[in-house]
Each structure stands twice: as structure tokens, then as C-alpha cells.
Design a protein around this ligand. Sequence first.
Ligand SMILES: [Fe+2]
Ligand SMILES: [Fe+2]
Length: 165
Amino acid sequence: MDVVELLMVDHLSIRLLVRCGLCAREVNEFSAFHDFIVGCHARIEDEVVFPILKEHFRDADDEFVKLVEWIGNDHKLLDTLANNVIGYGSSEEREIYEDRLNLYFKLLMEHNLREEKQIFPRWLKELPGEVRVKATEQARKIIMEFGLRKYTEITGLSEEAFKLI
Ligand SMILES: [Fe+2]
Ligand SMILES: [Fe+2]
């Protein structure tokens, strides 16, 4: 499976968790969830997919390079917001906590959709196969570093399925 297909599987898992209301409503669960976003999912985008895309389109499509940069900046915003959520979650301010939590998930869903609409199609259609294969190996390493067990717990993908795809 290609790295971007793997990222879209993550997006699907996240979307289902949020839609079904199964997502991390308590601060500890939320903290573990965000740890997956920042330490695994967004890390693959920031360290593997986005730099390769920016390099590939550097001279050919400046607008697209800026778009990748701009969408990538959402990760910092999400991280700031997550720290805010965790801060309120550890205090008595339950209402503000819920508010910020909903905002975080709203931003994350919008961000993921933007990646699927505006970034991922170009990766899948325009990047050479060998570049994608190498990037997928790097992504798998990041997942193993993050911890396959934690990864499968959050995404719902079994370890067996992960090894097959
Ligand atoms: Fe992202
Ligand atoms: Fe993503």
C-alpha cells in the first residue's frame, strides 16, 4: 500500500471515530489520540510526504508548493489547540474544555479533507513509483517508531492487516 493510501486509511478511522462519538472525550484519551496525530500521522506528512511534494513541484508549480506549506501549517495550529484542550481538561473548566475539544476535531476533519482533495491526488497521479515506494518504507519506519500497538489501537487496523498491506 502506498503511504498516501495509508494516510487516507488513518483519515477514515479518524472520521469514523469522530462521527460515531467514540473519540477520546476524556483528557487522557484525547492526549493519547493527539499523540498519534502529532507523533505519527502528521509526522509522516511533515517529514516524508510534504517535503517530497514540495521538492518535486518546486519549479513546476509554485502555487501548489505554497498550498502544501499552507495546509501543513495546520499541524502547528492543531498542536497549539491540543495543548489548550489538555490545559482545560486538567482544570475544572469543563465547558471550555468541551468547546475546545469540538473545535480541535472540526479543524482536524476540515484539514484532512483538504489534504484528500488538494494534495493527495497529485501525489498518487504525478509522483514516480520508485519515490512513492521509498516514501512508504520511511512511513512504515515512523509507524514502528511510534509503536505498532498504539497505532493499531487508534486506527482499528490489526497488526496482521498492517503487515499484509
Ligand atoms: Fe495533516
Ligand atoms: Fe492527514
